[in-house]
Design a protein around this ligand. Sequence first.
Ligand code: GLU
Length: 279
Amino acid sequence: MIVTRFAPSPNGFLHLGHALSALTGFRAAHAAGGRFLLRIEDIDTGRARPEFEQAIHEDLAWLGLEWERPVRRQSEHFGDYEAALTRLDGMGLTYPCFCTRKDIEAEIARSPAAPHGPEGALYPGICRHRSGTDRAARIAAGEKFAVRLDVEKALALTGPLSWHDKLKGEIAADPASLGDVVLARKDIPTSYHLAVTVDDALQGVTLVTRGEDLFHATHIHRLLQALLDLPVPAYWHHGLIRDANGDRLAKSKGAPALRDLRTAGMSAEAVVRRVDGTA
Ligand code: GLU
């Protein structure tokens, strides 16, 4: 059975881009007599707000979508992400990273040949080779640290990987293109990459529908699935709705929220037509 999900972060109001993601998942599930889930991605508890979470429910219902209950809220499941992290730790695939953003930027500026990936400069590996004594001393001194995945080591274990993408076909995974990603942040005991991969597996998601801005993240998610023995869903990275300048819609760039469109008198049907016409 096909299981899809819409997984917004409640740190702002939904806009047309979110409507497209939600509709893509909802329709894919319904066309196949499958299940559609909503997941609230609120690991960043400092940014998540109850009013945005409430608005997600209202806006999706207004659009005519239905989803299964109970809704999984990531902030209630930190233990699941911790268990996955402990497993990767136990495999010797992680390391503590004490770097500040400034440290990383300075190191990248110093090395003109610093490798770049689709999302910019990669983590330059400052903490990858620290000795056990150095790490222990820093931790004992109370230095805060993130946990990173040693991607090269991980790939040596898994060998080549791929995934099936609905629009692009078979894709060879290239996790190294994102470098040693963060699995647990300094301030949060997990990360987007780890939580989303664990949850899609735990919830039995078989088709991940999300915007193509997250296409690159799938390289890492595929690697995490292989390391954690998780099932591999298919992926549908849909196109993005763009504004008049060709930029993708974003809260930060003033994309109108669905609720603003509603207040301005736009009907849910008109929103759906707009999404369908521009997608
Ligand atoms: N929570 C992510 C976001 O709002 C989407 C995660 C996903 O679909 O994988 O951008």
